[in-house]
Design a protein around this ligand. Structure first.
Ligand code: MF3
Ligand code: CO
Length: 238
């Protein structure tokens, strides 16, 4: 899982440094697919329940699962990239968000900062002997104390030989509730945070999730592994 995580982290960095205004999002899929395979890995998203690409590109009010296509990126866009890779039978899954150039507002910039901070709050709360609800509530508290909302209809997940395993990892919950966290557990924590209300809809393409109120949405995700030494982030590179 460390190897899979490293591939995901590296390819996300390649994508981030390749994104330019004027680009169509489908160009990112070409790069993602090539860079994953160049590292001896396989894209896990492609073909997953019929998903047609190797990366999800979700722009502005798109929350997650945006299909790369003819959408042309422009300065000020909030771009979220979500990527999964399979290496030697194990999966890594991670997402990053960033603005293309200058953020459109202070509040938009804060949305990005708070979403990333909420992921790290969740990671810090993931400790052997604690409960899954400790992770969920840590994410939720960080988001809500800044007046943003967490998406409820999509959640993080256990991960290992498959991308989606038990347990579900909601970004809302109650400290002390939920399963006890044991050594050897691997989970993907992935806050999806809206500037406005938490409600989302799925577009006609049956994949793209958007905010109902059209407000901006942000997404960060890491795959982590738990043992007595604390959480190890597998999809991070310094
Ligand atoms: N990283 C995502 C997830 O965790 C996206 C996968 S959706 C896919 O659940 F269909 F594109 F694979
Ligand atoms: Co995921």
């Amino acid at each position: 899982m460390r190897r899979a995580g490293r591939v995901v982290a590296e390819v996300l960095q390649v994508l981030k440094s390749s994104v330019k205004p004027g680009m169509q999002t489908r160009e990112l899929d070409v790069i993602a697919d090539r860079e994953i395979r160049a590292r001896g890995a396989r894209p896990v998203f492609k073909g997953y329940h019929g998903y047609p690409a190797s990366v999800c590109v979700s722009v502005n009010h798109q929350v997650v699962h945006g299909i790369p296509g003819s959408l042309q990126l422009k300065p000020g866009d909030l771009v979220s990239l979500d990527l999964g890779a399979l290496v030697e039978g194990f999966v890594g899954d991670s997402a990053i968000s960033f603005f293309l150039g200058t953020p459109p507002s202070e509040r938009a910039q804060e949305l990005l900062r708070v979403t990333e901070a909420s992921l790290w709050a969740g990671i810090r709360a993931a400790q052997v002997g604690g409960h899954l609800g400790d992770v969920s509530s840590a994410v939720q508290e960080e988001v809500e104390r800044h007046g943003f909302s967490v998406v409820r209809d999509f959640v993080g997940h256990g991960i290992g030989r498959a991308m989606h395993e038990e347990p579900q990892v909601p970004n809302y919950g109650t400290k002390g509730l939920g399963i006890v966290l044991r050594p050897g557990l691997a989970i993907a924590i992935e806050p999806m945070v809206n500037l406005g209300g938490h409600e989302v809809e799925v577009l006609e393409d049956e994949w793209t999730v958007v905010t109902r109120d059209g407000s901006l949405s942000c997404h960060f995700e890491h795959t982590i592994f738990l043992d007595e030494n604390g959480p190890e982030v597998l999809t991070n590179i310094e």
